[in-house]
Design a protein around this ligand. Structure first.
Ligand code: NDP
Ligand code: 8X3
Length: 259
């Protein structure tokens, strides 16, 4: 296992779920963290906890990844001691709605495309040139099983995650000949705030998504991401698809009654 002690890791969408779990896992491994999300209060309490538990060095940025001007100005204004990002975890993302395409909300589509595709591109475009210049870096994109298999009513969300898959593959090709690594970590069902956000705050509908099965936890995914980041420099984990044992595909899950 290669050490990531004192490496600078920037995590987008660190205020919840998989991003927050990554912050905990990478802090425990001794990394320095730049945590980004729109909800600064959430980042502040996470940072306080990481400092107390791991004496972690943490820098917070309030950031909407879908706002191009904000991404460019915020990342260009990182303090000198935080500029040399070694590992970028493009995790910020969301789904909105689960509707037939011809009945879907165009506002929902735009929010998903702006965050999951354009947001990932803006952050990557801002940080990867520095990695190339320094000859050091690793980009880890959080895709989804939804980028491998489309499911009914998933249309635009699945399309954004298929785009993330294509962008991870394309970035790897474009960085060939540099030491920069690119990984895609593509989970199946993970219990986070994801479904609550998808259903616009309908917690009852959200909880039914995971009824009768044991989903992945955010920590399971963070574990895999940390594994990718701690391989020796000549090893590039290009793609990992991880699902709960009770999930076989995007549409096939095994649910037990009374669980
Ligand atoms: P959560 O809703 O728990 O977390 C999503 C995170 O993304 C939050 O921290 C949120 O922060 C951030 N975010 C959303 N929009 C923006 C934005 N415009 N700018 C900055 N940050 C933003 O969900 P998950 O942890 O599950 O999701 C993380 C990633 O994992 C997503 O890319 C998702 O698509 C992917 N994924 C999730 C799966 C699941 O089943 N849960 C399965 C496969 C992939 P804030 O609102 O504070 O900005
Ligand atoms: C999240 C998993 O199956 O809801 O990407 O699309 S799924």
């Amino acid at each position: 296992m290669a050490s990531i002690q004192n490496q600078i890791v920037l995590i987008t969408g660190a205020s919840s779920g998989i991003g927050a779990a990554c912050a905990r896992a990478f802090a425990a491994a001794g990394a320095k963290l730049i945590l980004a999300a729109r909800r600064l209060d959430r980042l502040e309490s996470l940072a306080a906890d990481l400092t107390e538990r791991h004496s972690a060095q943490v820098h917070l940025v309030q950031l909407d990844v879908g706002d191009r001007t904000q991404v460019e100005s915020t990342l260009n204004a990182l303090p000198d001691s935080w500029r040399t990002v070694d590992i970028l975890i493009n995790n910020a993302g969301l789904s909105r709605g689960l509707d037939k395409l011809h009945e879907g909300s165009i506002e929902d589509w735009e929010e998903m495309i702006d965050t999951n595709v354009k947001g990932l591109l803006y952050v990557t475009r801002s940080l990867v040139p520095g990695m190339v210049e320094r000859g050091q870096g690793h980009v880890i994109n959080i895709g989804s099983i939804a980028g491998h298999q489309t499911y009914p009513n998933g249309n635009v969300y699945c399309a954004t995650k298929a785009a993330v898959k294509a962008l991870s593959e394309g970035l790897k090709m474009d960085l060939l000949g540099t030491p920069i690594r690119v990984s895609a970590v593509d989970p199946g069902m993970v219990e986070t705030e994801f479904s609550e956000v998808r259903f616009h705050g309908d917690t009852e509908r959200a909880s039914k998504v995971y009824q009768g099965l044991t989903p992945l936890t955010p920590e399971d995914v963070a574990d895999t991401i940390l594994f990718c980041a701690t391989r020796p420099a000549h090893v590039n984990i290009s793609e990992v698809l991880l699902v709960p044992t009770e999930q076989a595909s995007a549409t096939l899950v095994y649910r037990q009654q009374n669980r």
